[in-house]
Structures are given as C-alpha cells and as structure tokens.
Design a protein around this ligand. Structure first.
Ligand code: NAP
Length: 497
C-alpha cells in the first residue's frame, strides 16, 4: 500500500497568504496544490516563484468555473497562464480530461512535471466510473484523477465498487461532499495517491477539512490495512464532536483505530458499507436510533427497554446493539445530586422532562428506573402522553401550565437552544422554558451541548441552581461506547471537545 500524500489546496487571493498557510500546516501535509484560479489577477505574474518558496511537491491547477473553480477568463487565457507558469519546478500540473493544450503538455513533459489528468463529476456518479478513470490517462506517465460529488449512501457504495475494480491502478479517486468524506480519510486504504484538504476560509471542494484535522484527528497519513475502523452514523452527522472524543482516546492508549463521521440516508446501506469498510463499531445518532433495531443480532437489556440503540458493535454472530445514553445521562446527574446540600436522593425527586423525542426516551427510562417521579412535557402533547404512558409517568403540554409545580429536577431535552438547531428550534439563544421561573433549588440539566452554556443554563446559574451541561452527558455516553468498542476504559482527560 503506497502511503497517501496529504495535499493542501491553497485558495487564498495572494501568494503570500498561501505561503503563510503552507508554513502554518507544514507538519501535517506532504504536498501543496496552488489553486491559481483563486489568486487575484495581479498575483499571476509571480506564479513561477511558488514551487521553490513552498519547499514541498507542488501541483499547479487553474480550475475553470464549470469544474467548480474560480477562473473566469477565456479558455485561451487559461491555457496561456498554464503555459507561462509551467516553466517553474512543479511536481505536477492538473489538466482536465477535455483540455486541448498540447503545448502545455509538451512543456510539462520536457520539464519533468507530471500531468494529473482530471475529471470532475458534480452531477452524479456515471455508470462506468472505473472504466472512465482507466481511459483518462493519455499516456502511461499521467496520473488519472476523478473527484466525484456524492449525493447519497448509495453513491458511496458505488464508489467503493469503483475502488475495488481499480485496485492496483495508480490513481487519485475521491468522493466530494459529506457522503464522500470517508474516502478522504481512508484514501490510503482505498488506494488514492492523494487526499486533499483546505485551510483558511475558502474551501477548494465540498467535504474538505483542514490539514491538522485530517492528519491529527483522522490520522489519514497513518491508516493502514490493520487500522480498526469505527464510525458515527446519522443524517446530518458532519457536525458531530464524537471524533474529537474517540480519536484522542485511541491515540492516548496507542490503539491503531480511527473513528469518523459517516452520513447515512438509508440505514440498510450502512450495513453494506460497514461490510465493505470492515467497520467494527459505530455510534448511532438522529434519525437512526430506532431504525437500526431490526438489523441487530443481539440487544442489550437497555436497548430492549428503552427501544432505541446508540451503539453498534460487530460480533462474530452479527451486530450487537447497546444504549449508553441512559448511563451517560445518569453519571453527571448522580454527581450533581450527591453535591447538593442538604443531600438529596434521586428516588425522592420530582422531575420535569421537557421534550419527548429520541433523547427524552433514554432520560425518562433512566429517571423512572431510579425511582424519580417524572412529568414529560412536550410541544406536541400527544408525543408527551405516549412516552409518559410507556414509562408510567405524568404528561403535560410544554407551556406556562407547568408554572408553580416546584420540580426538583428539570431536564431539557428539546433541540431548542441548539446551535444550528434550525428555524423551528429557534437556534442558539432560545430558552424553551423561558416561562418557568426558577427558585434556585432546582438542578437544571440541559442536554444541548452546542453551545456549551445555553441560555437556560445561564438563567439557572443566575438563579442559584446547580446545573449540568449537555457536554457532560456527551462525554459519559462516549466513554461507555469506547469501553464497548475497545474493552478498555477511556483515558479521561484525552477528549478534545
Ligand atoms: P428529536 O428526537 O428530534 O426530538 C426533538 C424534541 O425537541 C421534540 O420533543 C420536539 O417537540 C422538540 N422541539 C423541537 N423544536 C421545538 C420548538 N421550537 N419548541 C418546542 N419544542 C421543540 O431530538 P433528540 O434526539 O431528542 O435531541 C434533542 C436535543 O438533545 C438535541 O439538541 C441533541 O443534540 C441533544 N442531545 C444531547 C445528547 C448529549 O449527549 N448531551 C444526547 C442526545 C441528544 P415536538 O415533538 O413537538 O416536535
């Protein structure tokens, strides 16, 4: 297996700014691609100085708009720019499949600049991608490259077929967009000679991450045949902080494993992708926690009782489902309860659970199991009622009708107040319990972990309440998953959330 080179695509308006990014990221990259189409036009005359100043193998690319680039001039102007810039000691020049520029090619060959023959597919996966890539190179010394925008889990599976068909062929083959993200991390295992990333504000292609994340968090340069693979599946899932918990945990214990986000739009396809990528375990998040149940060979008692699964572990007899949400929820709550003066006990407490979605199920299970008296309150009261009836508790509408009930514990499980929570949830800065005056005696637990301190928690703290931020639950449920994945305790303090 040839180690994949991590290539930083440079998309700043000036060469000086591009070179500053090279210096800042030098330890995390093996090559650089100068995207000359992003440069201010006044910078183009100095292009030839770039390879020597970068002191890394450099790729020259001038991408036109139709291929996702920024070059707005005519094709003659583009070819003329390539022709003059090629005089410098570039390692590669990227020329598109349909580019007719024999003079540029001849000059490149004369100066030992290797040609990357590239194809950009943003309108879906062609039926015979492997065949097209095989036919791409015009001579044996060219490196064929295809960048394909993936729109679904099915696309990822088809791309994995293409990797299989092209096994042993020297190439660059990458999936763009969130569905293609695993191909950027696993490029060396899949057999892509390069994996690209971007630093700074302007992403060169959909799905790029920064070089430090790709190299240090996702270990893209050191993934080998034996590296164990773990994932978090959901839709959307690219925002997940879990890779910043699990990957530093593996690193701290010297475990050869990597954990990556895997957007999944059809749960059945996850199991097919997991076979192909030899995924050993996965976290499961919205909207798949219940959808995975029919695929489980074995269910932990918590999965059976809560009716949802947030952890998958591969066993010789199939997938075992576990749920660490309930124990992850309880661990920080126990610490908070033990810290109250005078000391309180969960079984003697009255609890308001705001929300009746997936996370509320685990919370209501955990609290009723501990013996607390729970009231579920939700915007859609029917959902509150159905959840409450399942676990034998009270229900109400999430409204001012709750005022004056004097709960000991308030658990906020709606998505209101969450960053990127969408218009419906009001986004960060909203307090779903704004109507509820806090006495200062309550423990207030907000499951939202981004932002770390929600408006509700700030209000609770100001009122003198003991508070539990959602990040504590996120960490605890991940620690429990880590133990299920690896059989080892999580090295507390390693997480980089
Ligand atoms: P979910 O299944 O989609 O449920 C969403 C809940 O939010 C429903 O009860 C919904 O009420 C309510 N809601 C949404 N918009 C609302 C609004 N504008 N006003 C009032 N209620 C609204 O989501 P989930 O899986 O339970 O996740 C909910 C939150 O918990 C998310 O922020 C998630 O990140 C967080 N979470 C944190 C952890 C952790 O480890 N800290 C774990 C899991 C989840 P309706 O039924 O009326 O739609």
């Amino acid at each position: 297996m040839t180690p994949t080179k991590i290539c930083l695509s440079l998309t700043e308006p000036t060469l000086a700014a591009d070179l500053a990014l090279v210096e800042r990221n030098r330890d995390s990259i093996d090559a650089v691609e100068l995207r000359a189409d992003f440069l201010d036009s006044g910078e183009r005359s100095a292009l030839r100085s770039f390879p020597e100043r970068a002191r890394l193998p450099a790729i020259l690319t001038v991408r036109r708009e139709s291929d996702g680039g920024r070059f707005r001039g005519s094709e003659e102007e583009r070819v003329s720019l390539l022709r003059s810039a090629i005089e410098a000691p570039w390692a590669f020049v990227d020329l598109e499949e349909d580019l007719a520029a024999s003079e540029v090619e001849a000059r490149a060959r004369a100066r030992s600049v290797r040609i990357i023959r590239s194809l950009h597919l943003t309108a879906g996966l062609p039926p015979d991608l492997a065949g097209r890539l095989r036919r791409l190179a015009r001579s044996a010394d060219e490196l064929p490259k295809a960048a394909v925008l993936l729109g679904s889990s099915r696309d990822l599976l088809s791309l994995l077929d293409a990797y299989d068909e092209l096994s042993g062929v020297e190439k660059v083959l990458l999936g763009m967009g969130p569905y293609g993200f695993p191909t950027r991390v696993l490029a060396s295992r899949l057999g892509s000679a390069l994996s690209y990333c971007t630093a700074g504000e302007r992403s060169a292609a959909p799905g790029h991450v920064d070089p430090v994340t790709l190299s240090a968090i996702y270990r893209a340069r050191s993934i080998g045949e034996r590296t164990e693979l773990y994932a978090v599946i959901g839709n959307p899932v690219m925002h997940s902080r879990s890779p910043w918990i699990h990957n530093p945990g593996f690193r701290a214990l010297g475990i050869d494993a990597v954990y990556l986000p895997l957007p999944i739009d059809d749960i059945a396809l996850f199991f097919a992708i997991a076979e192909r990528l030899r995924i050993r375990g996965s976290s499961v998040t919205i909207p798949h926690k219940r959808a995975v149940l029919p695929y489980l060979a074995e269910r932990s008692p918590e999965v059976a009782r809560i009716g949802s699964c947030n952890t998958l572990v591969r066993t010789p007899s199939g997938w075992r489902g576990a749920n660490t949400d309930a124990s992850g929820f309880l661990a920080p709550l126990r610490r908070a309860v033990e810290g109250t003066r005078p000391p309180r006990r969960l079984p003697a407490m009255t609890a308001l659970v705001a929300g009746a979605g997936g996370s509320a199920r685990a919370v209501v299970f955990a609290l009723t199991d501990e013996g607390a008296r729970v009231t579920v309150a939700n915007r859609t009261v029917e959902r509150a009622r159905s959840l409450a009836e399942e676990f034998g508790c009270d229900w109400a509408e999430l409204s001012s009708g709750l005022v004056g009930r004097g709960f000991d514990l308030i658990v906020q499980t709606t998505s209101v107040g969450m960053e990127g929570g969408g218009v419906d949830a009001g986004g960060a800065g909203n307090d779903p319990l704004a109507f509820y005056d806090l006495s200062g005696r309550e423990i207030v637990y907000d499951l939202v972990y981004s932002p770390r301190e929600t408006k509700l928690l700030r209000r609770a703290q100001a009122a003198g309440c003991r508070v539990v931020p959602g990040m504590e639950m996120l960490l605890e449920q991940a620690y429990a998953q880590f133990a299920l994945f690896t059989g080892r305790d999580y090295p507390r303090g390693a997480a980089e959330t």
